[in-house]
Structures are given as C-alpha cells and as structure tokens.
Design a protein around this ligand. Structure first.
Ligand SMILES: NC(=O)c1ccc[n+]([C@@H]2O[C@H](COP(=O)([O-])OP(=O)(O)OC[C@H]3O[C@@H](n4cnc5c(N)ncnc54)[C@H](OP(=O)(O)O)[C@@H]3O)[C@@H](O)[C@H]2O)c1
Length: 279
C-alpha cells in the first residue's frame, strides 16, 4: 500500500457514475474496492488493475453483505478513505400510482441502503480520524420533479441525514459531501428506471409530461459521467470540500431557481410567520 494513495469504497459500480468513477480513480493510481450486486461485471477492472482494484458483492439492502464488505475491505486494504454511496435508482409515477412495494424498495436502496453503509464504515473512519463520505443524491433531492415524489423524497431524506452527519463527524476528522447531478448519460433512465405499473389519466398532464421529458432525453442527457467523476475527485482532494456539489447546468439553474423562490416566499410571509412567538 502506497501511503499517499487513497482507498475508495464505491457502491453500484457496475455501470454509470459508479463504474466511471471507479475507472477514473484507478487510472489516477488510487485503490478501489468496487462493489456491485453482480461482481462478475467488474472482472475487466480487476484484470486491468490487479494491484489496486478489488471487486466485492454488495446489494446495499443486505445488512450481512454490508458487514462482509467492510470486514473484507479492512482485511485487504487496511483503511477506507473515501466512501461513495452511489447505488440507487429512480422510480417514476404519481404518488397514488406507485405500489407499496415500489415505494419501500426505492427507500430501502436510496435511503436506508446508504444509511446502513455509512453506519458500517463510520467506526473505521472514526478510528482513522479521517475519511470522506460522498452521498449521491440528485437535483431532485433539492428541488423535486412531478413524478419523483418517492425517488426525490428518498434523496431529500438522504440530504437531511447528510447535513446533520456533516456536523456530527467534522470534529472526528470526517468530511461529508452530497452530490446533486441533473440528467447524466448513464443507465438511469433506461434499464434502471422503475415505473408505476398503473398510469392514471389524471396525471398525464403532470407526471406524464415529466416521463416524456425523460424518455426524450434518454441517450442525449447533457451530463458527462467522466466529467462528473473528475469533479468528485477534485472535491475529495480539496482541503475545503463543499457540503453540496451540484453537477451540470440543468441542475445549477434549478438549484438557483429554488433558492430564489424560497427567499421570495420567506419574505412574503415573514410578517405573519415570525410573529408567532410568545411575547
Ligand atoms: N444519471 C442521472 O441522470 C442521475 C441524476 C441524479 C442522480 N443520479 C444518481 O446516481 C446514482 C447512480 O446512478 P447512475 O445514473 O449511474 O445509473 P445506473 O447506470 O443505472 O447505475 C445505478 C447503479 O446502482 C446500482 N444499484 C441499484 N440498486 C442497488 C442495490 N440495491 N444494491 C447495490 N447496487 C444497486 C446498479 O446496480 P445493477 O447493475 O445491479 O442494477 C448500478 O450499478 C444513483 O444514486 C442515482 O439516483 C443519477
């Protein structure tokens, strides 16, 4: 183990952001524990980087697998410097269209999966007195889209968890960054997107419109996962990393619009809302 190289643990490394990030980090000389539900999909990475890449099986909804991955990471690499909670997927449908099972499965992966991996890795980072946790949210985790109530809701919750976590672990030498991409060219809209089984006429003008938008940009999304990987690596190497890394012009525009509308609303209601304390 070269002392100044980092050990990264990345979830959901089979395709998309996780895959591109794993490859880019390995190219730059750091060590990667790449995890996937089907680790055989990572065999080419292991062949290309036999000294620095390790592939492990991890479904983030499986607590026993999380424990086994953390134990194995420590046994093989001795440390975990960067955890990237990347595994996740979208669910599109109006709140009343999606099934109970779809709602729970989405939260289990996007929220509880990430929480459980963080809780598995924290004792290691705490004992090292160093580490960086990167949580893949989405612009929908800051300003939501119609049809993403559950997916965006899980990402909003992940952001809330991350905000408090950042303050809790900063004194322990551990950093936290939330990543908020807009549409990037990965498998997100294609094979990974879960859809409501039933589509109601009542939501065609709202949720249906957003679904059309997604289907129309599939394969033409403006975001380049390679550039996202470079940006994440810059954040990890920064002395002063941000809590939020917003990726792509689409996400930046939406983020700024939300801040402005929050401010307008806050100002408009301040006289009434601020006047509710005991006098
Ligand atoms: N691309 C975008 O436009 C976009 C925008 C905002 C946020 N994001 C976020 O970026 C992250 C990565 O997605 P992506 O865009 O790179 O899409 P992707 O190419 O579909 O990759 C998703 C990854 O998550 C994995 N995954 C799903 N459920 C899992 C589970 N239970 N346990 C372990 N791994 C699981 C998938 O594994 P399998 O191969 O086994 O299915 C795959 O490796 C997600 O958190 C997503 O919400 C993406």
């Amino acid at each position: 183990m070269i002392n100044d190289s980092k050990v990264w643990l990345i979830t959901g490394s089979s395709t998309g952001f996780g895959r591109t990030l794993a490859e880019t980090v390995l190219e730059k000389g750091d060590k990667v524990i790449a995890t996937a539900r089907k680790p055989e999909q990572l065999e080419d990475l292991i062949s290309k980087y036999p000294e620095t890449a390790i592939a492990l099986k991890l479904d983030v909804t499986n607590q026993a697998e999380i424990k086994a991955v953390v134990d194995s990471a420590i046994a093989k690499s001795g440390q975990i410097d960067v955890l990237v909670n990347n595994a996740g997927y979208g669910l599109i449908g109006a709140l009343e269209e999606v099934s109970d099972e779809q709602i729970h499965r989405n939260f289990d992966t996007n929220l509880f999966g990430a929480i459980n991996v963080i809780r598995g890795v924290l004792p290691i980072m705490r004992s090292q007195q160093s580490g960086h946790i990167i949580n893949m949210s989405a612009i929908a985790g800051f300003t939501n889209e119609l049809g993403f109530s559950i997916y965006g809701g899980a990402k909003f919750a992940l952001e809330g968890v991350s905000e408090a976590l950042q303050g809790e672990v900063a004194p322990l030498g551990i950093k936290v960054t939330i990543v908020e991409p807009g549409p990037f060219r990965t498998d997100f809209i294609g094979r990974s997107l879960d859809r409501a089984e039933e589509q109601m006429e009542a939501y065609q003008g709202t949720v249906g419109k957003f679904l059309n938008f997604l289907e129309n940009i599939e394969g033409k999304q403006p975001g380049d996962p390679q550039k996202a990987a470079e940006a994440i690596i810059k954040v990890v190497n920064s002395d002063n990393p941000p809590l939020r890394l917003v990726l792509g012009k689409y996400a930046y525009t939406k983020f700024r619009k939300k801040i402005e509308s929050l401010k307008t609303e806050l100002d408009a209601w301040e006289a009434i809302a601020a006047n509710t304390d005991f006098t």
